[in-house]
Design a protein around this ligand. Structure first.
Ligand code: TXA
Ligand code: MG
Length: 349
């Protein structure tokens, strides 16, 4: 299949392309599009065949449910059994935005979209291209991140092209994303629980709901003995091809340790890369040293993480060493992704 690649600079001026993209979705074809979190791979959420195509294009296990994207709050009610007060409050506070809510699904949502579950994940994205595409499609859009399963999520249209060119009808290029981490997922089917941490923190959710929101305990355990409630969190997602080791500790010690390990890699004829912050970047002597941003700028760290992991793939790196980025607010979400990419390989020095 020839994939059409279209730049959208302005949703009004480029309207004809969005109309065309909406037609593709209605016909059951797939269109990749930007959101504020990561790029999504969209298909008609109410058409089982479109969901099957999404799984095939991504090479994704079909027990891993998709997030359904809507453009207006009124589009939530038809997808779910009922809209609880908690969902109304959260939507008022955080939609459109990087929050996904899990609720019992209605009849109209096919099991193909929900990976066989009787619940559905719904999100209203805050990117003008995403919103216009949903409106032009006249249906809710099921969209996982637009990467081949197991690769880091795409934060610009070129990443989508690397993974999905020739497999889908169209890629809408809306430039680089703002956030760079997938949405926070909150399960509202029982006591509110975060199944995937993200830009909207547990504290922000607790404040709006007026009660403590917990985080799925399986996410906090290092071994794989507990099964996460979001099926997707069990896979070794976000993974670069190279091995990744996180090195934690005082700056000076981290630098010395990584430099020593990088030198050993070189002796073995292997190529090492370091992911470091602006503060320490000049101290490293590896083959490739990549800057993720200022240590205090957690938004920049979130925005650059997947891009740097992909860059390591392109540069055919064998071993990546990364500093740890446990910053206060979204640090938990950043480290959740980094730890998964590293298969939980961490050393303290
Ligand atoms: O930011 C995002 O959420 C991006 C953009 C494109 O909107 N989408 C995204 O989708 O990250 P995906 O498919 O890569 O991740 C969806 C996650 C998976 O971990 C999946 O298991 C979980 O959501 N999920 C979806 N429906 C669920 C449900 N009914 N119950 C529990 N987990 C669910
Ligand atoms: Mg994903």
């Amino acid at each position: 299949m020839d994939t059409e690649f279209v730049q959208i600079k302005d949703v009004e001026m480029d309207k004809e392309w969005l109309v065309r993209a909406g037609e593709f979705i209605r016909l059951g074809e797939l269109v990749a599009f930007p959101t504020e979190t990561v790029y999504g791979l969209g298909g008609n959420a109410l058409a089982p065949e479109a969901s099957r195509r999404i799984y095939a294009a991504k090479g994704r296990p079909s027990d891993n449910p998709l997030i359904v994207h809507i453009a207006r709050f009124s589009e939530l009610a038809p997808l779910v059994k009922e809209v609880p007060e908690s969902a109304v409050r959260l939507a008022k506070a955080f939609w459109p935005g990087p929050l996904t809510m899990i609720l019992p699904k209605s009849e109209c949502v096919p099991l193909e979209t929900t990976g066989g579950l009787d619940t559905v994940a719904v999100r209203m994205p805050n990117h003008p291209v995403a919103r216009e595409l949903i409106s032009e499609s006249h249906c809710p859009i099921a969209a996982p991140s637009a990467n081949v399963s197991g690769r880091p999520s795409p934060t610009c249209a070129e990443h989508v092209k690397e993974d999905l060119d020739g497999k889908i009808a169209m890629i809408l290029d809306g430039g680089s994303v703002d956030i760079g981490l997938e949405s926070t997922i909150i399960d509202l089917t029982g006591k509110p629980m975060v199944l995937r941490p993200g830009y909207i923190t547990t504290e922000m959710l607790s404040a709006v709901l007026g009660k403590a929101v917990t985080i799925d305990p399986a996410l906090l355990s290092v071994d794989n003995s507990k099964r996460p409630k979001a099926p997707g969190m069990k896979y070794r997602h976000y993974a670069p091809r190279a091995q990744l080791l996180i090195v934690e500790g005082e700056d000076q010690k981290v630098v010395e340790h990584i430099n020593r390990l990088s030198a050993e890699q070189r002796l073995q004829g292997k190529k090492a890369a370091v992911i470091a912050t602006e503060e320490t970047i000049l101290c490293y002597q590896a083959d490739v040293v990549l800057c993720i941003g200022k240590r205090t700028d957690e938004d920049a760290i979130a925005r650059h993480l997947y891009e740097l992991l992909r860059q390591c793939d392109t540069l055919k790196i064998d071993q990546i060493y990364s500093e740890s980025f446990a910053t206060p607010r979204i640090g938990g979400a950043i480290m959740n992704r980094l730890l998964k990419a590293a298969g939980h390989q961490v050393v303290e020095v």
